[in-house]
Write a protein that binds this ligand. Structure first.
Ligand code: S3P
Length: 426
């Protein structure tokens, strides 16, 4: 599907972003190994989170949509059953990496794969720690999906993550629920802590201090009623849209403001954006609040080291903002961008080139000079949801219409994205 976007005169109104993708995956997976019926409000509508649900159904969990509330019934940590065929994680790295932690401990073997993009993403980062725990996993060419996981008893490990990855951390912590004793994960750079918070909500014992996270095996996980906060990474597209288009004023309601994710707000404010945070409250260990954004050119800035990990999903749209900023944007230490749904450094650079915007590409980052204008063009998501949405935001600030090829990729995290965008630019 292709979509044509016209330049916007202003961005205004309010947006209630869909349920957070990261938190939705975690609540669903843990609910499926808890005892009883959990109820999850505002579960993500994105295809990735639906992939997690279909895998859980294939593993025997009862998953129902009851008037917009997701009900998942689990029978405890060993209540899953062997699926009849290969589990399909679709486009979702979170699904395959996090579920593998649980599959490695089951008394049966499973295979799990996904689409063409997922089949090119590295899985050795979970195979190594799960192997240390005693699991046997075979992968295509030793590191790519599909994975053949021979489940069995696991032992606790103490593991230092070589790359900052919340998916890998979560995979190990979930496997740790089945290992004898306490499993420790050390992260050199802090990553999103939704798994730690969710596990505690369901009754597991998890300690976390100064980058050392420890989970105790054999907890009794009990069903819960939980609310998924709005997705800040999805809201980021509208926040940048409001900052890009002059005289804009936008409210983002009920969005997740977990401190391991809210670096986005801090970064934008430090770059000169006018953002007010209000109505902050805690729900299920997660912070939720509202944001009020006023348009106006920002300064730009530098994203490197820990900040890169904290903003990893927002970098494509921040690059768009960088091009229109005073001083431009430099991103370093971002080799991980090359192994996302696409090589995001390459797909961004190609689309910027088509829109007449210059971008200097480096092995693990890039620099976008400031004070540039986007030219309307034909761009391509290359099948990557965040590239589709970043291009749509650039299109709002372009001189003429822009057509986005493969725009339907947005539905991987945000099926309502283009309708919502229309609503705030009409
Ligand atoms: C996620 C972690 C990040 C992020 C992804 C979601 C998660 O991936 O890019 O969109 O929910 O844990 P990595 O763990 O590969 O950094």
């Amino acid at each position: 599907m292709q979509i044509t976007i016209s330049p916007a005169a202003t961005v205004s109104g309010f947006v209630r972003p869909p349920g957070d993708k990261s938190i939705s995956h975690r609540y669903a997976i843990i609910a499926a190994i808890a005892e009883g019926a959990s109820r999850i409000h505002n579960y993500s509508t994105g295809a990735d989170c639906q992939s997690t649900l279909s895998c859980l159904r294939d593993l025997g969990a009862v998953v129902e949509n009851r008037e917009g509330v997701l009900a998942i019934s689990g029978h405890g940590r060993y209540g899953l059953r062997q699926p009849s065929g290969m589990l399909d994680a679709g486009n979702s790295g979170s699904t395959i990496r996090m579920l593998s932690g649980i599959l490695a401990a089951q008394p049966f073997s499973t295979s799990i794969g996904g689409d063409e993009s997922l089949s090119r993403r590295p899985m050795d980062r979970i195979m190594k720690p799960l192997g240390d725990m005693g699991a046997t996993i075979h992968a295509r060419a030793g590191r790519f999906p599909p994975l053949q996981i021979e489940g069995g008893p696991l032992r606790a490990i103490d593991y230092t993550l070589p790359v900052a990855s919340a998916q890998v951390k979560s995979c190990i912590l979930l496997a740790g629920l089945y290992a004898g004793g306490a499993t420790t994960v050390r992260e050199p750079v802090r990553t999103r802590d939704h798994t730690e918070l969710a596990l505690r909500e369901f009754g597991a014992e998890v300690e976390s201090a100064r980058g050392v996270i420890r989970v105790q095996a054999n907890p009794r996980l009990e069903a819960r009623e939980l609310l998924v906060p709005g997705d800040l990474s999805s809201a980021a597209f509208f926040m940048v849209a409001a900052l890009l288009v002059p005289d804009s004023e936008l409210a983002i309601l009920s969005v997740g403001l977990n401190p391991t994710r809210a670096a986005l707000v801090e970064f934008l404010v430090s770059a000169g954006a006018r953002i007010r945070v209000t109505n902050v409250q805690e729900r299920g260990g997660e912070l939720i609040g509202d944001l009020q954004i006023k348009g106006g050119r920002v300064l730009g800035g530098l994203i490197e080291k820990e900040l890169t990990a904290a903003l990893i999903d927002e970098i494509p749209v921040l690059a768009v903002l960088g091009a229109a900023s005073e001083l431009g944007l430099t991103v370093r230490d971002a080799g991980e961008l090359r192994v996302k749904e696409t090589d995001r450094i390459a797909t961004l650079a190609e689309n910027f080139r088509r829109m007449g915007v210059s971008m200097e590409v480096m092995a693990e980052g890039f620099h976008v000079p400031g004070k540039q204008r986007f030219a309307g063009a034909q761009v391509d998501s290359f099948g990557d949801h965040r590239i589709a949405m970043a291009c749509a935001v650039a299109a709002l600030a372009a001189d003429t219409e822009t057509t986005i090829l493969n725009a339907d990729a947005a539905s991987v995290s945000f099926p309502e994205f283009f309708d919502t965008l229309r609503g705030i630019t009409a």
